[in-house]
Design a protein around this ligand. Sequence first.
Ligand code: MLT
Length: 209
Amino acid sequence: MHRPFEQASMIHRFVPASQKGLPPLLLLHGTGGDENDLIGLGERLRPGAALVSPRGLVLENGMPRFFRRHAEGVFDEEDLRLRTEDLARFVADMRERHGLGPPVAVGFSNGANIAAALLMQTPDVLAGAVLLRAMVPFAQPPAFSLDQKPVLILSGSADPIVPAQNAARLATQLRQGGANVTHETLPAGHGIGQMDLAIARGWLAEIEV
Ligand code: MLT
């Protein structure tokens, strides 16, 4: 039985800020990724920001993930709730250890899905989020209040993993929970490309957190 850990015991990379006043980015990789995957993306999205990049603790056929699933798109929600709690605790530890403000999550695929779960389950942890190819994390979302926190969802019109209605439902749930949601659907599949980068970079430069 999985038990939440007490300390920041996730393998991770930390890149200190080289510019003051920017919110740190919490980088959350996709299935099969690791703590190195999104460092380059984070550097391009918000140059100078501190980067916190943990590796998911679950292994699926040797591939790291942030929570268990029964099948593609069918999540083990009990595990998701516990892993979300763990990740919230990891973020709190990293903030204390490095003197950081609340981070903006940048999650891709499985990482975007746990970022969405963090927003819904622990609304105080993140200052905002960029969700790349995200889907709804919970069949029944908890009640939550995000108080106009900025959230950018970038979906792909030809994404074979995330149906369009699912991404639209996520946007609706987050809006109903009070987030200030921007949702764009790009002519793309599940992978992220230059358009994602350009839109996310512009959005991150504009938000006030
Ligand atoms: C998930 O399991 O989080 C989604 O199916 C996305 C993926 O990681 O393939």
